[in-house]
Design a binder for this molecule. Sequence first.
Ligand SMILES: Nc1nc2c(ncn2[C@@H]2O[C@H](COP(=O)(O)OP(=O)(O)OP(=O)(O)O)[C@@H](O)[C@H]2O)c(=O)[nH]1
Ligand SMILES: [Mg+2]
Length: 224
Amino acid sequence: MASDANGIPELDQDKYDADEQVKIICLGDSAVGKSKLMERFLIDGYRPQQLSTYALTLYKYNTTIDRKAVLVDFWDTAGQERFQSMHPSYYHKAHACIMVFDVQRKITYKNLTNWYTELREYRPEIPCVVVANKIDADMKVTQRNFNFAKKQGLPLYFVSAADGTNVVKMFKETIKMAMSYKQNSSDFMDEVMRELENFELEQNKDLSLQTAQEGLKPESPESV
Ligand SMILES: Nc1nc2c(ncn2[C@@H]2O[C@H](COP(=O)(O)OP(=O)(O)OP(=O)(O)O)[C@@H](O)[C@H]2O)c(=O)[nH]1
Ligand SMILES: [Mg+2]
């Protein structure tokens, strides 16, 4: 869907078809700590002040998996106080999803259902991890049962962007899942998209062939 890019090369999503590029999206309500988790992982830093993400931030991360260089794009957008649908291009071609809630705010846990339902509308089979953030505020929460993850069969990580607990582990495992999905995917939606793209290509080819042939035809006397 190159047209989504509006001329901005960073947003051209065709690049995610290349073997060594993966796209990982982040979902969750506002202020659960999505951006702070990215910062903790990518710059090993944490500034407590909150600046809600404006529109979209792309974080780039270079790594090596099985001796192959891999470029990971993390997509981070503003969550909302109340759940609202994301633009479909946010989900487009994503290879994994990090879904975050704040252990201090029950509503953000409840809203996982909405985020997850929407995710599955667009990406039925990509790996998804559930992240319980801010455990530094109360370590006892790690004893609690958060059944949503178990019910959906998703891995659950207890993390803290503030002190770094489990952050690297969660990100590294998610990247591995994204790569493995990418290499082995038989995702139905991916197949459909590929078929559609091929179909469009074929049609364009036929059309240009036809145009070329028409151009070769000798002009009829009427058309002169
Ligand atoms: N105690 C504690 N506070 C945290 C942690 N992670 C984030 N916060 C705080 O939570 C607030 C929101 O963090 P952000 O990372 O901006 O949240 P966000 O999910 O990106 O929010 P939006 O961009 O609005 O969707 C900030 O004030 C952070 O300091 C954490 O692990 N522990
Ligand atoms: Mg943010």
